[in-house]
Write a protein that binds this ligand. Structure first.
Ligand SMILES: [Zn+2]
Ligand SMILES: [Zn+2]
Length: 261
């Protein structure tokens, strides 16, 4: 049975699990291999069943577990070439042996799942989001994943348009960030066009996607210091007030959070 579960979310680490009828993949592996294995066992599976890992970008909150997973499980890891080069400095790294490097815009098929990348504006060597598609009944099921996005541009909307479910960054409440404890430079980085997406900007994006037919959203990559889950959820609900049947979940930092497909 197909499933969509965020295992870990936020600056302490990100990892999402997607399963079609026959194939299981991860998007990002930003916590330890051990933590991912234990979370997967909670949902009834294991790294042994994962056919591939697709990485959004090289930042440690998306890549922390990759080297040990490569050593122990040899799961193919798909990432863009600029991001892989920024991540891997050691030519003996086990990750080299399992790495599948791609141009920034690419498409790859693993089992019955097709994964296509799109550019996410963020201060990494190359940050991408993913559109994941697989057959379900007579139709093609479509899932979008876009975390670590500084701002929303038309290419990003085009890439996510018409997905059934979408994981979207809802990083911070702007007033909490502005009045919070972060140093000025870090606040500027987060608010910049290549930083992270605010609750308000997430609301605007999910409103557009709701019009395209998306019926469930997972709010993800919430800042622990500059956001509260109920604040993010309320902003999203307000943005979707014309769509009372759309489901919203808020991804917990380290507890599996599922959106039912
Ligand atoms: Zn990042
Ligand atoms: Zn991140």
């Amino acid at each position: 049975m197909p499933r969509l579960i965020t295992l870990f979310s936020g600056s302490s680490g990100n990892c999402h699990y997607i399963r079609s009828e026959s194939t299981e993949i991860l998007i990002d592996a930003g916590v330890s291999a051990r933590a991912i294995e234990s979370s997967l066992s909670e949902i009834g599976t294991s790294l042994r069943n994962i056919a591939a890992i697709f990485v959004t970008h090289e930042h440690v909150d998306h890549t922390r577990g990759l080297e040990i997973i490569a050593k122990k499980f040899a799961i193919p890891v798909h990432m863009t070439t600029p991001s892989a080069e920024a991540l891997i400095k050691d030519e003996n790294a086990a990750l080299n042996a399992v790495l599948v490097k791609h141009t920034p815009i690419y498409s790859a098929k693993v089992g019955d799942i097709t994964v296509s990348s799109f550019i996410a504006p963020h201060d990494a060597a190359c940050c991408v989001g993913y559109r994941v598609e697989f057959p379900l009944g007579d139709a093609t099921h479509k899932i979008g994943i876009a975390t670590d996005i500084g701002h929303v541009e038309s290419d990003l909307i085009d890439a996510l348009y018409g997905v059934d479910e979408c994981i979207i960054e809802s990083n911070h409440d702007v007033s909490m960030l502005m009045t919070g404890p972060y140093p000025y430079m870090l606040k500027r980085r987060i608010l910049s066009p290549n930083g992270h997406l605010s609750n308000d900007d997430c609301g605007k994006l999910i409103n557009i996607l709701a019009q395209s037919g998306t019926h469930a959203f997972m709010l993800a990559h919430l800042s622990r210091e500059n956001n509260y889950p109920p604040t993010a959820e309320l902003t999203a609900k307000t943005a979707l007030s014309a769509y009372p049947n759309i489901r919203i979940a808020v991804a917990a930092p380290s507890t599996p959070t599922e959106i039912y497909i």
